[in-house]
Design a protein around this ligand. Structure first.
Ligand code: APR
Length: 235
């Protein structure tokens, strides 16, 4: 019986693909105010500014490629059942070959009518569709005639996939955390659901506020840290 690994990733796993992180020096939030471009208040205040921000994210993603860390995570599926739970809105895990990816904060290549996928319809994703690396502008409507919005969990919105993510962490035999500052809840609290007997590994070149002394911190960048992790779990 294959063991289960839950892999919780953040922007750091995509840093070596050339996609910025959020809070490192020069990160996205140094150049943009998340409350203007990634919050529900920002959306209602200025939809065009939010649409342009995600048009830019999609354009950058078109030129990005999965790095060796994404590929190593995907290749874990040869020997383990792997559940990737990512805070990232990029599609690099899927493009590297990971077959089970839960996007806690949505997906940059997807859009939906702004009146769907919320409390009223039980966060149904039946009207969500993938536009790849295209653009969306004010006035671009869905088939239901409503303005399109990014399929992103904005600050101030619920995280519909949280329960699913908690279940995946709670049943994992191993938890691996890669490249997240664990700054944003509820994603930041997910590691606390790891089973008491499950080893927990963190790959990050910086210190991360983890309140659990069992965590093995591989203080390296994702591509190098994944090589070390794979050697450890395959030993
Ligand atoms: N390899 C591994 N980790 C790295 C690398 C790298 N090459 N470069 C940076 N890191 C680490 C940083 O040390 C930091 O701990 O990645 C982490 C990036 O942290 P953030 O920029 O805060 O990104 P993240 O944790 O994913 O942010 C969470 O915040 O704004 C919201 O929705 C947004 O999903 C995002 C959430």
């Amino acid at each position: 019986m294959k063991k289960r690994i839950a892999v919780l990733t953040g922007a750091g796993v995509s840093a070596e693909s050339g996609l910025g992180t959020y809070r490192d020096n020069g990160g996205l939030w140094d150049n943009y105010d998340p409350m203007e471009v990634a919050s529900i208040q920002g959306w209602y205040r200025n939809r065009s500014k939010v649409l342009e921000f995600y048009n830019m994210q999609r354009a950058k993603l078109a030129d990005a490629r999965p790095n060796a860390a994404h590929i190593a995570i995907a290749e874990l599926e040869k020997d383990f059942i792997v559940d990737v739970i990512t805070q990232n809105v990029d599609n690099l895990h899927e493009r590297a070959g990971s077959t089970h990816v839960v996007h806690l904060h949505g997906e940059a290549t997807k859009v939906r009518p702004e009146n769907c996928c919320n409390d009223d319809d039980g966060f149904s994703e039946k009207t969500v569709f993938d536009i790849g690396y295209g653009e969306v502008h004010l006035g671009d409507k869905a088939p239901n005639g409503v303005q399109l919005r990014p399929h992103i969990v904005f600050f101030g919105e619920a995280v519909p996939k949280l329960e699913e993510a908690i279940e995946l962490v709670a049943k994992a035999d191993i938890l691996l955390i890669v490249g997240t500052s664990l700054s944003v809840y509820p994603a930041a609290g997910l590691y606390r659901y790891a089973r008491a007997d499950a080893p927990v590994y963190l790959i990050d070149p910086a210190d991360v506020p983890l309140f659990d002394n069992r965590i093995v911190h591989i203080r390296k960048v994702a591509t190098e840290g994944m090589a070390e992790f794979v050697a450890t779990v395959r030993a």
